[in-house]
Design a protein around this ligand. Structure first.
Ligand code: SIN
Ligand code: FE
Length: 293
């Protein structure tokens, strides 16, 4: 197993990185390493520390979410001034995460697309009952309602636990091995189904063959109990005050435990990568010998 982490010692969200270091960090991410920033903390003000409580969840969704594009906050019980203050905290994290990605991967700057910001005040252990939604099982990320049509999922995580509790992850085997193992178990995409899902507003936009395959890999890996037990994996602890960046569409990961996490998602067209051949889209097309868009 290759080393799952590449560590860089930044302590500022908008640090200027020498070009060679940025290129190496970007290559590590594109090759499926997790970029670990053990000294990059996101500091909450004394007033903001009140948000470190599960009470701010709406009790239904597992995450509070914020959309940097519209400044809308959702899935929170916070109202009035609390709601504005929590939105401001999440907006500040979104901007910090973007500065960080621009520092570490300057080639992405003009092509980065905002995804959602998420705040996870609920313990990662036993958040879900359904196997498909259980992020304690190894998986690559794929969204059933939001097709990405080959765009990458780049995520910036930060553990903000106030009591020293680490976020514990497992990192699994490389993407190509996962794809080779599970691709024959993925049911065929039925003709007309992508059109119908879009018409019924089950998906936002048309689900491509690529999206179908990625969802298939996500589901098949999670549904395979034997694989979950026996797969090659490495346990990693991210202590509070740690930030990490990862292509979660490429890296097999599971969140075992921890509480109080901030996360920012970015989408990126494969053409904006340093090496497009590293994109899951191109890897799967090579493996299947056909176009997936
Ligand atoms: C996941 O993306 O699978 C969950 C990550 C986390 O909540 O730590
Ligand atoms: Fe995930």
């Amino acid at each position: 197993m290759t080393e799952p982490l590449k560590t860089i010692d930044l302590s500022e969200w908008n640090a200027a990185l020498p070009a060679a270091e940025a290129a190496a960090a970007t290559a590590a991410l594109e090759n499926g390493q997790v970029l670990n920033l053990p000294h990059l903390a996101f500091t909450l003000s004394p007033q903001e520390r009140r948000f470190l409580s599960p009470q701010w969840s709406d009790g239904k969704a597992k995450n509070v979410s914020f959309d940097p594009a519209t400044q809308q906050i959702r899935h929170t019980a916070a109202a009035g001034d609390d709601r504005s203050a929590l939105s401001a905290l999440m907006a500040r994290y979104a901007n910090a995460a973007r500065s960080l990605v621009v520092s570490v991967c300057p080639v992405y700057t003009d092509e980065l697309i905002w995804g959602l910001t998420s705040f996870r005040p609920i313990s990662a252990t036993n958040r879900e009952t359904s196997v498909r939604k259980d992020d304690m099982r190894l998986h690559v990320d794929a969204f059933s309602s939001r097709p990405v049509r080959g765009q990458r999922l780049l995520r910036v995580f930060c553990n903000i636990n106030p009591e020293g509790v680490p976020r514990v992850w497992e990192i699994g085997e490389p993407f190509d091995a996962v794809a080779a193992r599970f691709r024959h178990r993925i049911p065929a995409q039925l003709p007309g189904s992508a059109w119908l899902l879009e018409k019924l507003h089950i998906t936002r936009g048309r689900r491509s063959a690529y999206d179908h395959m990625m969802l298939g890999l996500h589901d098949q890996a999670k549904l395979d109990d034997d694989y979950q037990c026996t797969a090659e994996k490495k346990r990693i602890e991210f202590p509070p005050g740690t930030t990490w960046i990862v292509y979660t569409d490429l890296v097999m990961h599971a969140a075992l435990s921890g509480q109080y996490l901030l996360e920012q998602t970015f989408y990126l067209p494969p053409a904006a990568m340093q090496d497009e051949a590293r994109a899951p889209l191109r890897r799967l097309e090579k493996l299947c010998q056909r176009a997936l868009l």
